[in-house]
Design a protein around this ligand. Structure first.
Ligand code: ADP
Length: 632
């Protein structure tokens, strides 16, 4: 008898469920709708794919992006599951054929684009077919409050109503703001759903904000230092994408690029080159990525600061989907703020929105940009900052971000903070950070003279400090919520009620500055953290074997026209090195090896392992227990 555990092992090769998966699967199997809110890489697909195989009829998966469907269907077929996709990349006759086969019960899982749901042909098919479940992937696209609203998602609701029998509905997303969550439940019409929100923390991701003088040199050096790895470099503009990509190519790096200015053919080709690891480094605007399921992305570098933490976490989250260590590095410069503000001000308003709504959205965008900026400025734990933004709490120190690794010099700036507050109040909160810092430093530049600021009592009240030092203090006060700036391009400084605690002696303000000598400590630590990557648990012989297995994987990928990670993930290859299986039953213990994958590739991989090990059980890893590599 097939049960969920059997299905998980047989088709996917995994021996246990991850956090949250089982609750959702059980709910679906008992006929109850679900909403699963889980971060990228948490394993949402398993939550609907496992029950899809246990339910009597077909599961329809509505998904917004064609590339995602193809990838998912390829992976399912590889695992021995009959699945298909129906979208505009197929010709009319291919669609008719797919629907005929679907009606004949050929497929358990069918991916469809939302637009397809209202076509006559599809509706005809759906009325006659036995649809057990409707899954809505990237369900946040239904919300007008989210950044990825897709009007075509509203068709899903009409579609469900048009069916004689309502299937169980399961919805999944990684976006969890309250408004979006409410929309997903209400607009989609989920019926008393099991709502599961798993933690947003991605423990395998290392976060860093860097402020290099020359971003190009930083990126090139990083990529050269991580030659065997696949990574994405996000830039704010097409121009930057072109320049960074050209720079990398000039250094002999196999990079490619993606942005909306390239024609569809070039975009498709470049994306495939990246996915198939022909060109493992992708330089792109944020047009790239949704629906990209490449699991072995080892780093995501943001050449520019994105517009919001929502965007940042989603884009950075494309690193390390396989659960292995990966790095997310943001290169910050103050200029990025101006670029983003320009984007916000020039955003095309949605014609369906009222003037008030447009205004509200713009304010929200400004607020988001500000939170993003504070992420770049904070000296606290970066992971903690992200988690708090999404309404969660961490431990305060994650020990896996740059800020936790740095050593800081702490300066008590309480007295200066009081003077800064007094200055802002004296100027009746009319100025932004530059003018305010100029006043406090007693500067005499033309603009300040024009404003006549020397009449203020606060003029020069911090003249012993440099203007940049005063700005750093103001920024610290912003990060701590003692001050805020207005949500417009003037960004005027305003005093917040919390500042009174400082003035009345109830609260200290501490500015942390990285110790210069500590750079080396940080380097030591971060390389130590990257050492914890799974392949780093292999000793030199283990790495040698790993490379051979990887070569075999590339060979098979070429033969089958598949991305290598769909054949087996890096994690599976590492586990093969650790467990060094000598026969089928050993091999079936390796994570990610299911029955179908074994029958397709198992023997070829076994042959390489046998040839290398000579049938001896040597140790190919550091440490005591191989359990580390096998379990998540
Ligand atoms: P999401 O859609 O949430 O971003 P995916 O469904 O793509 O994540 O899963 C991310 C990775 O985790 C995939 O490689 C998937 O095979 C793997 N995975 C999912 N569930 C499990 C599990 N129970 N055990 C081991 N690996 C898993």
């Amino acid at each position: 008898m097939d049960d969920k555990y059997h299905i998980l092992k047989k088709y996917f090769g995994y021996s246990g469920f991850r956090e949250g998966q089982e609750v959702l699967i059980d709910s679906i199997l008992s006929g109850r709708d679900v909403l699963g809110i889980m971060p990228t890489g948490a394993g949402k697909s398993i939550c609907y794919q496992v029950p899809a195989l246990l339910l009597p009829g077909i599961t329809l998966v509505v998904s917004p992006l064609i590339s995602l469907m193809k990838d998912q269907v390829q992976a399912l077929n590889q695992a021995g599951i009959h699945a298909a996709y129906i979208n505009s990349s197929l010709s009319e006759s291919q669609i008719s054929k797919a629907l005929r086969l679907a009606a004949a019960g050929q497929y358990k899982i069918i991916y469809v684009a939302p637009e397809r749901l209202e076509t006559y042909e599809f509706l005809q098919f759906a009325r006659l077919a036995k649809i057990s479940m409707l899954t809505v992937d990237e369900a946040h696209c239904i919300s007008q409050w989210g950044q990825d609203f897709r009007p075509s998602y509203l068709k899903i609701v009409q579609f469900i109503h048009s069916l004689d029998r309502r299937p169980v509905v399961s919805a999944f997303t990684a976006t969890a703001t309250e408004k979006v969550k409410e929309d997903m439940i209400c607009v989609l019409g989920l019926f008393d759903p099991t709502v599961l929100v798993t933690g947003f923390d991605r423990k395998n991701l290392y976060f860093a904000v860097e402020t290099p003088k020359k971003k190009d040199s930083y990126v090139t050096q990083y990529v050269l230092d991580h030659k065997d790895e696949s990574g994405i470099i996000y830039c704010a503009t097409r121009k930057n994408v072109d320049a960074v990509c050209a720079h990398l190519l000039a250094q002999g790096i196999a990079a490619t690029k993606y942005h909306a200015g390239l024609d569809a053919g070039a975009r498709r080709q470049n994306q495939e080159d990246f996915i198939y690891d022909v060109r493992p480094v992708m330089v792109a605007t944020n047009a790239f990525g949704m629906g990209i399921d490449k699991s072995n992305v080892r780093y995501v570098i943001h050449y520019n600061m994105p517009q919001s933490l929502e965007n940042y976490y989603q884009e950075a989250g494309r690193a390390g989907r396989d659960g292995e260590r990966a790095k997310c590095i943001l290169l910050y410069s103050a200029q990025d703020i101006a670029v983003n503000r320009f984007f916000i001000e020039n955003k095309e308003p949605n014609p369906d929105h009222t003037w008030e709504e447009i205004e509200q959205i713009r304010e929200q965008d400004e607020q988001r940009l500000l939170s993003m900026q504070y992420y770049c400025l904070t000296t606290g734990c970066l992971r903690e900052y992200i988690l708090r933004y999404f309404g969660e709490f961490g431990t305060g120190r994650c020990e896996n971000c740059r800020n936790c690794a740095l050593e800081y010099e702490e300066t008590d700036i309480t007295q200066a903070a009081i003077k800064i507050t007094a200055c802002i109040r004296e100027c009746r909160q009319r100025y932004g950070i530059n003018v305010t810092a100029g006043i406090l430093a007693g500067e005499t530049r033309a603009k300040l003279r024009e404003y006549g600021v020397s009449r203020y009592e606060s003029y020069g009240s911090l003249k012993e400090l440099r203007e940049t030092e005063i700005k750093a203090m103001i920024q610290q006060m912003l990060v701590e919520g003692l001050l805020c700036v207005t949500n417009d391009r003037y960004a005027l400084l305003k005093v917040q009620p919390a500042a009174d605690d400082v003035i009345q002696g109830r609260r200290q303000v501490i500015l942390k500055k990285p110790k210069t000598a500590a750079q080396s400590t940080e380097k030591g630590r971060s390389s130590q953290s990257s050492k914890l990557r799974r392949s780093d648990i292999l000793n030199s012989k283990g790495l040698d074997l790993f490379e051979r297995l990887r070569a075999l994987r590339t060979e098979i990928a070429k033969e089958e026209g598949m991305p290598p990670y769909i054949i087996f993930s890096d994690k599976t290859l590492v586990d093969m090195c650790v467990k060094a299986p000598l026969d089928k039953s050993d091999m079936m213990q390796v994570t990610g090896v299911g029955e179908n994958k074994y029958s397709r590739y198992g023997e070829r991989f076994l042959a390489v392992i046998l040839a290398y090990t000579g049938g001896m059980r040597e140790k190919y890893y550091f440490g005591e227990s191989p359990a580390l590599a096998g379990k998540k």
